[in-house]
Design a protein around this ligand. Structure first.
Ligand SMILES: Nc1ncnc2c1ncn2[C@@H]1O[C@H](COP(=O)(O)OP(=O)(O)OP(=O)(O)O)[C@@H](O)[C@H]1O
Length: 341
């Protein structure tokens, strides 16, 4: 498998007007292989946008090497740009243009044949609204238009920042199918997203970053296996009572719908025994490998009762331990067993 995207030792520091320079990327490495849908994940402020902008020549790196489709960038960017489709920040479209006109202009500017406009409108499910003004579009429709613009060149590499943003559940599924179609025809797709369940379902491989560094990478199944923290789903008839018994017995649990999620469980039989002692019989006990769990444990991002989690704080030197928690209180949020209820 050949690498379509390679980043090695990328460093980017922002100079701030007041205070210390901010290290956004701290020797970041990343590889994405051909034909894959690759998830690019990290907490707020971890450096995702900075990486993508640097890759696309919108920002200048301080150090490091990058290659797109085998070509060193930014030096060879003009040679590869026609083979890359990207949306890094939500593009601003003219509200008084129709989607069709918008794409026609973009096609003309990019030297793309006109017939591609109807193809991509159809691909993103906007064909029946193509003659409406963009200002009448919902957020999800604007997102589809943005993706259509990235698909115009029939790119070999598609880079999408939060492609499911604003889409309803059916739209998310359509987006997933669309990305899979792109990968099936041999294109490579990189998506950044905060919807971890979506990434888990959509992506073949992931890179997880924190404070501008890679903290995990590889096929989704391997990242999940390497970070399996013994999470199990339990279904039982008297759920509130079972939850109380398990919590009292010292288990870390989250109640979610009609199930209890038990975390950090070394021996699942312990659950059956603990509940059986109280005449409660387990209907289902199954392992759940969640990307969300892996993400939170790798980036240290679990919620704490009554506190906001700080965004990735790149000014804080690692040798001083974890960055301090802000002291302010959260109101109006229920956090159960250390997790959002
Ligand atoms: N123009 C800028 N000037 C100064 N600091 C910046 C600038 N842009 C980004 N940063 C800082 O660089 C770090 C990385 O930001 P970046 O936007 O790349 O993160 P991100 O992972 O894309 O975050 P999010 O998920 O919230 O979009 C953050 O600490 C951010 O405050």
């Amino acid at each position: 498998m050949s690498a379509v995207l390679e980043i090695a030792g990328l460093v980017k520091t922002y100079q701030t007007l007041f205070g210390k320079p901010r290290v956004a990327l701290d020797h970041l490495d990343m590889e994405v292989y051909q034909g894959q849908i690759h998830g690019f994940l990290g907490p707020n402020g971890s450096g995702k946008s900075t990486t993508l902008k640097t890759l696309l020549g919108l920002l200048r790196a301080d150090a490091g090497h990058m290659r797109i489709l085998g070509q060193p960038v930014p030096r060879m960017l003009p040679q590869v740009v026609s083979r890359v489709g990207a949306i890094v920040e939500a593009p601003a479209f003219f509200g008084n243009f129709t989607a069709h006109k918008t794409l026609l202009l973009l096609a003309k500017a990019g030297g793309v044949p006109k017939h591609r406009v109807d193809v991509v409108l159809d691909q993103v499910g906007l064909a029946n609204r193509a003659e409406d003004f963009v200002k009448t579009y919902s957020l999800g429709m604007k997102q589809r238009l943005a993706v259509a613009s990235a698909l115009l060149k029939d790119p070999e590499l598609l880079i999408l920042d939060e492609p499911s943003n604003g889409l309803d559940p059916a739209g998310i599924r359509e987006m997933r199918d669309l990305l899979r179609e792109q990968a099936d025809r041999g294109a490579t797709v990189v998506i950044s997203s905060h919807i971890l369940a979506e990434i888990q379902q959509t992506c073949d491989s992931v890179t997880i970053i924190s404070r501008g560094r890679r903290v995990a990478a590889g096929p989704v199944s391997e990242v999940l296996a390497a970070n399996d923290r013994g999470t199990y789903r339990v279904r039982v008839d008297d759920l509130p009572r079972a939850a109380r018994i398990l919590a009292d017995a010292g288990a870390q649990i989250t109640v979610s719908g009609d199930q209890i999620i038990v975390h950090d469980l070394a021996d699942p039989a312990w659950v059956s025994r603990a509940l059986g002692l109280h005449d409660l019989w387990v209907r289902e006990l199954a392992p759940v490998a969640q990307l969300e769990d892996a993400f939170l444990s790798l980036t240290g991002g679990g919620p704490r009762r009554g506190q906001f989690r700080p965004v990735d704080n790149s000014e804080w030197p690692e040798e001083r331990g974890p960055a301090p928690e802000p002291p302010f209180e959260v109101t109006g949020q229920i956090i159960e067993n250390g997790r959002h209820a």
